[in-house]
Structures are given as structure tokens and as C-alpha cells.
Ligand binder design. Structure first.
Ligand code: MUC
Length: 93
């Protein structure tokens, strides 16, 4: 199943720089593993915001929730999920 996901990151301004760097490094490693596995096929920065639009490709809502709640930045994110269905006018790739 495909999901369109918007993630807005809100790190506390008083977070220690070393902790901030560690969380961001772990987030990068986690997201790149999922990209290599094909479960995170699109990751786009929203220009001018500390936010992204992503397309995630997972089996079901439960796998999606496990993936999202495993993000090192999860405690600092607002996340909006939109499930995607086939459009009847879409031509084949
Ligand atoms: O920077 C972000 O948009 C948050 C997050 C999503 C993937 C990643 O590496 O960081």
C-alpha cells in the first residue's frame, strides 16, 4: 500500500547540540535503510520548511505505524498520513 506522508519537525530550541546531532544522524541512517529496502521510495524536502513529503510503500496501516513510530525524530514530529488508492484515469507506466 502507498501512503503520502507529511512530516514536520519541531526540535526543541534548547536541545543540546550533541543530542540534536545524534538524533539527526540516527534519523538519516534509519531513513536510508528504508529507502534501500524500497519501503520509502520518495523523500522530498518542502522548500523553506523543516518538513518533508514522503511516499511510503508498506503492507498495511500497522507496518506504517511501526515504521513511523520508529523514526528517531518521531517524538519531535507532527505527521499527517494520506492513504493512496488507484486513480481510474491513470495510464499504465
Ligand atoms: O529532515 C526531515 O525531513 C526529517 C527526516 C526524514 C528523513 C530524514 O532523514 O530526516
Amino acid at each position: 500500500m502507498l501512503y503520502h506522508v507529511r512530516m514536520d519537525v519541531h526540535l526543541p530550541p534548547d536541545l543540546a547540540p550533541a543530542e540534536r546531532g545524534d538524533i539527526i544522524a540516527r534519523e538519516k541512517e534509519y531513513s536510508q535503510k528504508l529507502q534501500r529496502e524500497g519501503r520509502w521510495p520518495h523523500l522530498w524536502r518542502i522548500a523553506g520548511e523543516y518538513a518533508n513529503f514522503s511516499i511510503l510503500d508498506v503492507a498495511d496501516h500497522d507496518e506504517l505505524h511501526a515504521l513511523l513510530s520508529g523514526l528517531p525524530l518521531f517524538p519531535y514530529m507532527n505527521i499527517e498520513v494520506t492513504p493512496l488508492a488507484m486513480h481510474p484515469s491513470k495510464i499504465a507506466d
